[in-house]
Design a protein around this ligand. Structure first.
Ligand code: TRP
Ligand code: SF4
Length: 400
């Protein structure tokens, strides 16, 4: 069976925090065992909003990749790379820009939203409008089947699907496509040829999904076909032309429920974070300084965990026995707040211990990170060039 390919990117924002870990990275770590995965630093994407001050990007990228590795993203399993080190993304972005209707980009909800939100920046630039197209190029150049993203990014995956369809429709029919497709059908052998034609008719005339599935299996299993013929047949089957670019699906990443130090969602912009590799003393101090139920002024006052951000962290880090201890102790003033915070501190430190250890290995030997990325850039480049070869050929731009 062909293994579906997963691709995701992250803008380099510098050190990641525990919200990123619980929201995104744990998911990546899980996915890397289930699919071939490509994870990349979207440094060009950072430029779309940070073009006036680009100098921190490389450093942020570096810190971020160390955080990925610290979190358990395994370079033996997943391919890690940097967008700008695979310049083919830019070529695909350019070629697709020729056939991307302006209206499609203007209608992407993040376009106006972000312009309003970041009103201190001039985002009426060509690059910012093209952000979703750049993201489409990132996805399509690897023929990714699945893209893990948060809810806000779903419209970008949708536009990617539409662009892939438009591209395949526009350029997927090489000159003489019908004849070539018929020749490929003939190569199936007389028995399979008959079933293929029968299934194709059933799909095209009656929309029979079962027939489509069977015909696809037939193509997949036909030993005598070349890769090119297989693609021709897929296109002939559905009437969509040759499938040069693959329409991706998305894997919705649940929004992180990780609470920050103040009970709001953990986020850099709220200043309520604990970073992935924050040192132990700082973690301890931050938790000790967390606000608690405001009605618990004195040690002898009873409290209500539902009004306390520390309780939210217990829900992430503590087992049932501990949570029971908090509930009873808080409501009866049987425990003090500092006492109550200790298991949370222990839980965070325990979670971070292996991350800190893995990160240390890379901090001690930065050449390891450089090698991982060099290797990843190389692997990604091979895949990207394969797609670009087909894209150029489909567009009549291969000078051979
Ligand atoms: N736009 C994404 C974000 O801000 C990052 C990104 C860029 C991405 N290219 C991508 C994510 C391709 C998935 C696939 O989160
Ligand atoms: Fe919050 Fe725990 Fe103090 Fe209750 S005892 S107010 S849950 S820190």
């Amino acid at each position: 069976m062909y293994a579906e390919r997963v691709l995701s990117g992250m803008r380099p924002t510098g050190s990641l925090h525990l919200g990123h870990y619980h929201g995104v990275l744990k998911n990546w770590v899980k996915l890397q065992h289930e699919y071939p995965c490509l994870f990349f630093v979207a440094d060009w994407h950072a430029l779309t909003t940070q073009y006036d001050d680009p100098h921190g990007i490389a450093n942020s990228a570096w810190e971020m990749v160390i955080d990925w590795l610290a979190a358990g993203v395994d370079p033996e399993k997943a391919t890690l790379f940097i967008q700008s080190q695979v310049p083919e993304h830019a070529e695909l972005h350019l070629l697709m820009s020729m056939m991307t209707p302006l209206g499609w980009l203007e209608r992407v909800p993040t376009y106006k939203d972000q312009q309003e939100k970041l009103s201190n920046k001039d985002l009426s630039t060509y690059g910012f409008l093209g952000y979703p197209l750049l993201m489409s190029a990132d996805i399509l150049i690897y023929r990714a089947d699945k893209v893990p993203v948060g809810e806000d990014q779903i419209p970008h995956v949708e536009i990617t699907r539409e662009l892939a369809r438009r591209f395949n429709h526009m350029y997927g029919r090489e000159p003489g496509f019908e004849e070539k497709a018929k020749e490929a059908v003939a190569k199936l052998g007389s028995k399979n040829k008959r079933s293929f034609e029968h299934l194709r008719t059933r799909f095209q005339q009656e929309g029979d999904a079962n027939a489509l599935e069977q015909a696809r299996t037939l193509i997949h299993e036909a030993q005598s076909l070349s890769h090119v013929d297989r693609e021709r047949l897929s296109g002939y089957l559905t009437g969509a032309g040759k499938q040069i670019l693959v329409e991706p699906g998305y894997l919705l990443t649940e929004a992180s429920k990780m609470p920050g130090l103040d009970g709001q969602k953990m986020s850099k912009s709220y200043g309520n974070t604990i970073t992935l590799r924050e040192d132990e003393a700082s973690v301890t101090q931050k938790v000790k300084r967390m606000p608690t139920d405001p009605s618990r002024v004195r040690r002898t006052d009873v409290g209500d965990p539902d009004k306390c951000p520390v309780w939210q962290l217990h829900q992430v880090y503590s087992d049932d026995a501990c949570k029971d201890w908090v509930q009873k102790g808080c409501r009866s003033a049987g425990i003090g707040c500092l006492e109550c915070k200790q298991p949370v501190i222990d839980g965070i430190l325990k979670e971070q211990a292996p991350m800190r250890e893995r990160a240390q290995m890379y901090l001690d030997k930065p050449s390891l990170v450089r090698e991982i990325l060099a290797e990843g850039n190389k692997k990604a480049g091979v895949l990207a060039r394969e797609t670009m070869r087909d894209v150029r050929e489909a567009m009549g731009l291969s000078y051979r």
